[in-house]
Design a protein around this ligand. Structure first.
Ligand code: TYM
Length: 333
């Protein structure tokens, strides 16, 4: 029977220890989407080198990130799991797409502005063209849907613009992808500066909770989370960012609506909010951590999963690239 499922592509950078932001904004949905879509999930290690990385650490983190994918419940029987740098077509398409992207489009990307402010000593052209590589990742696999957190929405919009332009210029080549952004958990904020998105590369480790943090670390970080002096638990992300963020984490971990989550804390203080959020985060992460410890110690299994995923990804990527080279006139047929 012909495969009629729609296709999904998404990726995570191995640029630090994955956080509950990565889990609640992306990974959790990746797991749920596996039964209804043909899913392709990637460790995007080439994106990670836009910021200076220690080579040995990057190599180790790429494997650890793959082990986290598996530990969260992504199944190599259902989905294709692979490592970006193993498939050279990403860089091939990236170049073609760079030649079809305007400077102004890349300059508008807010993540580039943020990252160049944070890494003022290393504002490289890779950082600038990073969203074009991301667009290439998605278009290479002809993805219909891209499950991401809210911080990636602008990059998906750029991908759609580049896709439409390419198809109009060279003839129908790529599928036009849609973003898939969850209602709750799309933007988990920093625990220390709740106006900022929680990020695995934040220099202050108290700002984020890692998927692999021990229970006592999770409790401590949540106890220290910045709130406000109002003392009443309400959801108001614009004015009460800290408390609202804790409520979002609670709602995302328990699967409850925001209304129900606020009701659960009626009449309670911030101390008990923080304790209960810590409990649900620990309950959510404990089974993942146990599974992670099992998988990371089985290097042979991990290599097998990656080899198999690389092989399947490569077949799809090569098919698209042949088409692209032909359309652009880079082949000799
Ligand atoms: P990255 O590695 O920063 O994050 C991976 C995924 O986690 C989501 N996320 C969050 N969601 C909610 N709250 C947060 N605090 C939070 N932090 C991160 C991100 O939105 C993302 O879905 N450019 C991408 C990686 C990438 C990619 C792709 C994604 C490269 N190529 C192709 C999709 C398709 C990035 O830096 O994600």
């Amino acid at each position: 029977m012909e495969n009629t499922k729609k296709r999904i592509f998404s990726g995570i950078q191995p640029s630090g220890n994955l956080t509950i932001g990565n889990y609640l904004g992306a990974l959790r949905n990746w797991v749920q989407l596996q039964d209804d879509y043909e899913c392709i999930y990637c460790v995007v290690n080439m994106h990670a080198i836009t910021v200076r990385q220690d080579p040995a650490v990057l190599r180790r983190r790429s494997l650890e990130t793959m082990a986290i994918f598996l530990a969260c419940g992504i199944s190599p029987e259902k989905s294709i799991l692979f490592i970006q740098s193993h498939i050279p077509e990403h860089t091939m398409l990236n170049w073609v797409m760079c030649c079809n992207t305007y400077m102004g489009e890349a300059q508008r990307m807010t993540q580039f502005k943020d990252k160049s402010a944070r890494h003022a000593d290393n504002i490289n052209t890779g950082l600038f063209t990073y969203p074009v590589l991301m667009a290439s990742d998605i278009l290479l696999y002809q993805a219909d849907l891209v499950p991401v957190g809210a911080d990636q929405k602008q990059h998906i919009e750029l991908t759609r613009d580049l896709c439409t332009r390419f198809n109009n210029t060279y003839g129908e080549t790529f599928v036009l992808p849609e973003p898939y952004i969850p209602k709750i958990g799309a933007r988990i904020m920093s625990l220390q500066e709740p106006q900022k998105t929680m990020s695995k590369s934040d220099p202050n480790p108290n700002a984020f909770i890692c998927i692999l943090d021990e229970p006592d670390v999770i409790v401590r970080k949540l106890k220290r989370a910045v709130t406000d002096s109002e003392g009443v638990i309400a959801y108001d992300p614009d004015n009460r960012a800290g408390v609202s963020n804790l409520l979002s984490i609670y709602a995302a971990c328990t699967g409850k609506s925001m209304d129900q989550s606020v009701k659960d804390f009626e009449g309670q203080g911030y101390g008990s909010l923080k304790n209960t959020v810590a409990d649900v985060v620990v309950d959510t992460l404990s089974p993942i951590q146990a599974e992670y410890n099992r998988i990371i110690s089985d290097k042979e299994y991990l290599s097998k999963v990656i080899e198999e995923g690389d092989r399947k990804a490569s077949a799809i990527a090569q098919r698209t690239m042949r088409k692209v080279y032909h359309k652009v006139g880079l082949d000799s047929k």
